[in-house]
Design a binder for this molecule. Structure first.
Ligand SMILES: [Zn+2]
Length: 290
């Protein structure tokens, strides 16, 4: 676990516990190339060491492919929606990344790739195709707990997006929506880098008829130059930090950095409960005093 992951875990734990809610743990191990059992076990040991206790059974995404398949079929069978047309809402796509880059207008400066819909009206029969979901040309609106009103048009933000990859692995967007709905998740806390992807998820919530959760995106941890803390920086991994700091010192450091406490002092997650308030945090990214 990286310090940034701990921040998201801590804020979601405190917010849930303060409301008397449950805190659920899910291991997002869909990608067989990047997921190893020992990473998940290390993560659980780190959470326990920090005092971030979870409720109920751990959910492993790698065991849920059949469930995702069911919901993908449900999307494939939605025939009429939002004026998009009468065909299926999903279609196979064989475009490579380079083909998509070559086809899109060079208008995005932030590195986003907007899929231009190349395969939407093709009749592709290939077991190696990715599956894309047709998006509608409308504003998806939502209220973020921290960043307020958001409106994203998926047609210009990302275009038709992938729900199953060409290697058969279900996409993050579909899997997390299905899991959160089935696990009864009512509040999602995570870094503001995912603020706009909530629009893709809400689109799926609405298509599948799920109850929408409240999104709470938090400011990110940055260095003194304002750059996001590097995930590859080994010194900010909990396995390295716990050699020099106690769990309570790490919790206290994060709480103080986020403006939740008036002074930097060691705290257990429970001791943060009466001090926690989303309104204290603001929207600015924060540089931790390591
Ligand atoms: Zn395509």
């Amino acid at each position: 676990m990286h310090l940034g992951n701990v921040l998201a875990a801590l804020l979601s734990w405190v917010s849930a516990r303060q409301q008397g809610g449950l805190w659920r743990l899910r291991i997002e191990d869909l990608d067989p190339q990047r997921s190893r059992r020992e990473y998940a076990e290390q993560l659980m040991r780190d959470l326990e060491w920090l005092g971030l206790t979870w409720d109920g059974e751990v959910v492993w995404q790698s065991k849920r492919a059949e469930v995702y398949e069911q919901y993908l079929n449900q999307l494939a069978n939605i025939r009429e929606n939002r004026g998009i047309g009468t065909g299926s809402l999903v279609y196979p796509c064989t475009c490579t990344r380079n083909e998509i880059l070559a086809a899109q207008a060079p208008h995005e400066s932030d590195g986003r790739i907007v899929y231009p819909g190349t395969c939407r009206n093709k009749n592709i029969q290939s077991s190696k195709a990715a599956i894309r979901l047709i998006v509608s040309d409308e504003q998806i609106e939502y209220e973020d707990r921290v960043y307020g009103h958001q409106a994203v048009n998926l047609a210009t933000h990302c275009g038709d997006f992938i729900v199953r990859r060409s290697d058969g692995v279900f996409a993050y967007q579909l899997a997390v929506v299905v899991d959160d709905a089935e696990m009864g998740v009512t509040e999602i806390v995570r870094g503001r880098d995912l603020l706009l992807s909530a629009a893709q998820q809400l689109y799926l919530y609405r298509l599948l008829g799920f109850q929408e959760p409240l999104f709470c995106h938090h400011p990110l941890l940055v260095n003194e130059q304002g750059q996001r803390l590097c995930k590859r920086d080994k010194s900010l991994e909990i396995s390295a930090m716990r050699k020099k700091m106690t769990a309570q010192e790490i919790i206290g450091l994060l709480a103080y950095t986020m403006g939740l406490t008036p002074a930097r002092e060691a705290l257990t997650p429970e001791q943060l409960l009466p001090l926690f308030d989303w309104n204290k945090m603001g929207r600015e990214d924060k540089c931790p005093y390591i």
